[in-house]
Every structure is written in structure tokens, then in C-alpha cells.
Ligand binder design. Structure first.
Ligand code: DC
Length: 220
């Protein structure tokens, strides 16, 4: 199998870029952030706050997290219920970042991610894919952009449907960057053998093309 690992901070455009590149390559796109969000949602639904580590660890055996692909699009299931939309609520983002720092949560989701990559050509995105989940991936990319540019892009996406301000988005991005890079277990960091791609001054198509040509180089 050919595995591509894409890691990077929140709002770098990983998911839309990875989705487009995977479609062109005929690979399955696996969004691992969705899995952490699903665990976070499972806790929130039961009134457990993301900081209540012991309660979350105790809850894990009751959570069944699964991925399904419908027309090439990943759906996530929590105990059989499709929660693909519910996990996108803003309160789930922060909660996912917090629960993802719990070692038992990372362990809980590990096999699910590795098994996907064993069975399929995947393009998988997350924070620790190149460093921990798929250390032998044939191509690793660290995709990033400045916090201001990431906040600007997100603001452009949601300004018509939400009252949230640019400043609030920037604050949220800075806070998640801090949490994701400073946690003890599997922090966000570039794998030594990853290609660093700063997309601040690149267009969407330029980034997708860069990934496609890197893939072709490695496949040759
Ligand atoms: O990519 P995202 O914003 O949907 O991810 C939500 C949170 O999950 C993010 O703040 C960090 C965590 N995460 C992680 O720790 N490891 C991954 N491979 C993917 C996401």
C-alpha cells in the first residue's frame, strides 16, 4: 500500500487539500481529527467535561468509534450513529484538542488508523501521522501557514453564516496550536523526513499540485 501522511496545525487547510489530492490519486482520504472529535462528542453527550480525564478513560470501553466511506467521503459513527456533522460544532473542536492529550484516548484510536493504512492506499491527515501512526509512510508532508493566514482563511469560510470575529478565530487557533504542540504525548511536530510546505503564499491548486508531484516522484 502507498501511504501519505499529512500533519500540520489547525486551520492549515489540511482537510480540503488532502481531500482534493486523494480524489485525484484515487486514494482514500482519512481525517483522523474526526476520530478525536468523535471521542470528545461522546464525552460531552454524557455531560463529561474534556478535562475530566479519569471519567473519559472510564468511558472509552462504552464508545464504539468507526469510519465508513460513502461515495469516497468519510463518515464517522459513534455507537452506530452518524455524527459527521455534530462533531463540527465549535465546542467540539476545543474538547477534541483536550481529550487528544490523554494517552488512553490516543491508544484507543491507534489500531483503527493503522488498519486503514494497512488495507488501503490512504492519504491520512492529523497531528502525529508521520511521527507515530504511520512512521513508514512513503510520503510525509508537514503542511502549515502563519496563524494569521489560517485565521483569515477560516474567517472567509464562515463569516456569512456566523457572528464569530477574526480575532476570536485567531485566539482559538493560537490556543489550539499551543495545546497541540505542548502536550506530552504525540505532540504536533514535523517528522524528520517530512517535506515542509508553508502554504501562506500558495493557492489551493498550487498546494494540491505540489502534493501530486511529490507522490508521483515517490511512486516512480
Ligand atoms: O484536525 P482537527 O481540527 O479536526 O482535530 C481536532 C483535534 O484533534 C486537534 O486539536 C488535535 C487532535 N488531533 C490529534 O491530536 N491527532 C490527530 N492525528 C488528529 C487530531
Amino acid at each position: 500500500m502507498f501511504n501519505i501522511a499529512i500533519d500540520g496545525p489547525a486551520g492549515a487547510g489540511k482537510s480540503s487539500i488532502a481531500r482534493a489530492a486523494a480524489a485525484q490519486l484515487g486514494f482514500i482520504y482519512v481525517d483522523t481529527g474526526a476520530l478525536y472529535r468523535t471521542v470528545a462528542l461522546g464525552a460531552l453527550k454524557r455531560g463529561i467535561r474534556p478535562e475530566e480525564t479519569d471519567a473519559i478513560v472510564a468511558l472509552l470501553p462504552e464508545l464504539e468509534v468507526a469510519m465508513e466511506f460513502v461515495d469516497g467521503e468519510q463518515r464517522v459513527l459513534l455507537n452506530g450513529e452518524d455524527v459527521s456533522e455534530a462533531i463540527r460544532q465549535p465546542e467540539v473542536s476545543g474538547a477534541a484538542s483536550t481529550v487528544s492529550a490523554i494517552p488512553a484516548v490516543r491508544q484507543f484510536l491507534f489500531d483503527l488508523q493503522q488498519n486503514m493504512a494497512k488495507e488501503h492506499d490512504v492519504l491520512m491527515d492529523g497531528r502525529d501521522i508521520g511521527t507515530v501512526v504511520l512512521p513508514d509512510a512513503q510520503l510525509k508532508i508537514f503542511l502549515t501557514a502563519t496563524p494569521e493566514e489560517r485565521a483569515r482563511r477560516r474567517y472567509e469560510q464562515i463569516k456569512d453564516t456566523s457572528d464569530v470575529t477574526y480575532e476570536e478565530i485567531l485566539r482559538d487557533i493560537n490556543q489550539r496550536d499551543y495545546q497541540d504542540t505542548h502536550r506530552e504525548i504525540a505532540p504536533l511536530k514535523q517528522a524528520e523526513d517530512a517535506v515542509y510546505l508553508d502554504t501562506t503564499d500558495m493557492s489551493f491548486d498550487e498546494v494540491v499540485d505540489a502534493i501530486l508531484s511529490l507522490t508521483k516522484e515517490r511512486q516512480a
